[in-house]
Design a protein around this ligand. Structure first.
Ligand code: FES
Length: 85
């Protein structure tokens, strides 16, 4: 499958999570904190900590460790977190 990571094309394997694709692309972090702009990426890997938030196909706050990648996904780094409205 082909996906895009911050605009660059990458090959992904069926069943990989978005986090796995990001790590395979050499990314250690893909989000910054709302306060202080500190880098965040994979931490717990089981959907608990919400450190791995990322934008997938324009939808923010996707947990990269829980979302299975799909062909054509557009994965983008995220600044902070979207607050519930
Ligand atoms: S790494 Fe903790 S929720 Fe994804």
């Amino acid at each position: 499958m082909r996906v895009r990571v911050d605009g660059a094309e990458h090959v992904a394997e069926r069943g990989q999570t978005v986090a796995a694709v990001l790590l395979a692309a050499g990314r250690g972090s893909w989000r910054t904190t709302r306060i202080g702009g500190r880098p965040r990426g994979l931490f717990c890997g089981i959907g608990v900590c919400f450190d791995c938030l990322v934008v997938v196909n324009g939808v923010p706050d996707v947990r990269a460790c829980q979302r299975v990648v799909a062909d054509g996904d557009d994965i983008r780094s995220q600044d902070g977190a979207e607050l519930p409205s």
